[in-house]
Design a protein around this ligand. Sequence first.
Ligand code: NAP
Length: 467
Amino acid sequence: MPIATVDPATGETLKTFEPLDDAGVERRLAAAHAAFGQYRTSAFSERARLLNRAADLLEQDNATIAKTMTAEMGKPIKAARAEAAKCVKAMRWYAERAEDLLADEHPAQADVEDSGASRAIVRYRPLGVVLAVMPWNFPLWQVVRFAAPALMAGNVGLLKHASNVPQTALYLEDLFKRAGFPEGCFQTLLIGSGAVENILRDERVAAATLTGSEPAGRSVASTAGDEIKKTVLELGGSDPYLVLPSADVERAAATAVTARVQNNGQSCIAAKRFIVHADVYDAFRERFVAGMRELTVGDPASEETDVGPLSTEQGRTDLEELVDDALAKGATALCGGQRPKEQERGWYYSPTVLADVTPQMRIHKEEAFGPVATLYRVADLDEALALANDTPFGLSSNVWTRDDTDIERCVRDLQAGGVFFNGMTASHPGLPFGGVKRSGYGRELAGHGIREFCNATTVWYGPSDPG
Ligand code: NAP
């Protein structure tokens, strides 16, 4: 894929970039390695000062960087501004809390004595240079939720961003530089995906994190496995959205629309499969389909737009093929099911709800990365849970119910990294985020996220040792 900004609303190439050559990559690897040698010993207070400065700068840049994101990948401008604001919040969250999150741990005294020590602690030390391979869908947030904890832990970052968001990628490097982070602490590598393997194999790179598709995750994890390097993988999702008999159907349907079409439907944690109890199915379907029909599809730069274009032409083709396969095998489009007639240019797709979906259809098992929902009717909670878990993915899940017994069963039985009741899944700085099954492994955010790229070092003091 060429490294370029191509406006998804028009298909026009706005700017192209030359990928880094081997010498350029080598210079950056050397700078990252050198930076880690110094930066790993910096005080938490100094790291926090720099990260807070980056947060202040990003806050000032909100309107401009939001426009860049919208131009590069088509998210509605209101959502782009909200994304930048969320990054500011997460930076400040880690700046304030990292020292506590990584404070020395003190094992129980009985265990310390049992080990023959006078004292023992666990200290969280940074791992080194971490390679971050990131997707375009939340081009700031995906990076910041890696970078903020990584930098606070004393690691340094190398960013290989998606090839269609180069200006956002360069902005991020510049942001950390302007904030005063030492040279080499956070660098962007403008490279294609084919260049990732050699960089990951380089002995100066300690670990990698990848957010993206399953094939990309498999490739990076295979190389890292071969090199025995730590990885965190945040991959795709096809989250279930269960609506049970005691649900507030009005709210469940209104939230379902947002949960499905946020970010033009291109979110890993978007609810994608709507599994509704027969008692409330008709009421939910009517409201949900009406809500999807009412959305304003159009220019993402407009304040009025709810749903913009898909970010790439290939992305729309993939989505169309999934829908066409389902329709050919007997699914019913309750709304949408095609490109909108109003938009002649750009990579738009109409908000779509598909009913009568069967396991023979690709969309039953594959991730629909765009504003397309599948709607299922179930007879009881057993059937709902079986259907919810009948997927290779396990990122998050949503359940609408007021019944405590249902709640406990869902917490026990849903195979996912999150279970959100009576609301939609979202990531929050203070709550861990990640999946199971083919949605990946490891966690981002909260204390779990900052410890992923740390060496949890056992420090043991013998009986006669001082300390
Ligand atoms: P993608 O093609 O996998 O791209 C993601 C990143 O991986 C890009 O930087 C891409 O570079 C790179 N890449 C692709 N193939 C690679 C390979 N073989 N080796 C090394 N790097 C490689 O993903 P996408 O289709 O753009 O993004 C959508 C996917 O990401 C969806 O499945 C979505 O659910 C998932 N996602 C997951 C989360 C989460 O937190 N779980 C969050 C957001 C998105 P190029 O751009 O140069 O190809």
